[in-house]
Design a protein. Structure first.
Length: 196
């Protein structure tokens, strides 16, 4: 990943001072859904809960990660992501040595989410980000994320995978709308479907 980032920077021959946003592919990111708790008094306690969620899921490896929380609304669960801190430091150093300004590092799922217009009916919906090496499934309600899962992209049958996830989550009734985003080089292409 770092070698590809370095090659991309050198190939573009950007002017000093150029502001950069780096999008990290799904296989370089870990996600957790963090429940809301009224007992937490402030942002520091909320951050401690987020870090604890990753430590419980991934063990001591999570101590080397930078963890961020994307809060949509008060009282709702939130999506958190974790990136290797050494990776973030190295990305910043590669930009700095070229006199470029790294202003943002975004997980591909959140980058796609922010770039793609969503036309969703009330209720649950799947947001699926398909990349070369990983597929990320995100089940959303109108108010909060409910489920996130990262899968290897090779050999995945999306309809069957979503059926299994739907069943494992104990959902009944018809499937919800599905929004699929595929990465192609550095651009995003949208494939919109109404039902899985």
């Amino acid at each position: 990943m770092l070698a590809a980032f370095e090659r991309e920077l050198d190939a573009r021959a950007l002017k000093p001072g150029t502001r950069l946003t780096c999008v990290v592919a799904g296989d370089g990111v870990r996600y957790r859904i963090v429940p809301w708790s009224d007992e937490l008094a402030g942002q520091a306690q909320r951050q401690a809960l987020v870090e604890q969620c990753f430590h419980e899921a991934y063990g001591d490896a999570a101590r080397a990660w930078t963890v961020r929380l994307h809060t949509r609304r008060h009282g709702a669960a939130a999506l958190a992501c974790a990136l290797d801190t050494l990776l973030l430091d190295r990305l910043a150093a590669l930009a700095r040595t070229r006199r470029l300004e790294l202003v943002s590092v975004q997980p591909s799922l959140m980058h796609a989410w922010n770039q793609v217009p969503r036309r969703t009916a009330p209720g649950l919906f799947w947001f699926v980000c398909i990349e070369a090496h990983a597929t990320t499934l995100l089940l959303m309600s109108p108010t909060e994320p409910l489920h996130v899962k990262l899968l290897p992209a090779s050999g995945i049958e999306l309809a069957r995978t979503l059926d299994r996830e739907w069943f494992a989550l104990g959902q009944e009734g018809p499937h919800c709308p599905l929004h699929v985003v595929r990465s192609e080089a550095s651009a995003w292409r949208v494939v919109d479907r109404q039902a899985a």
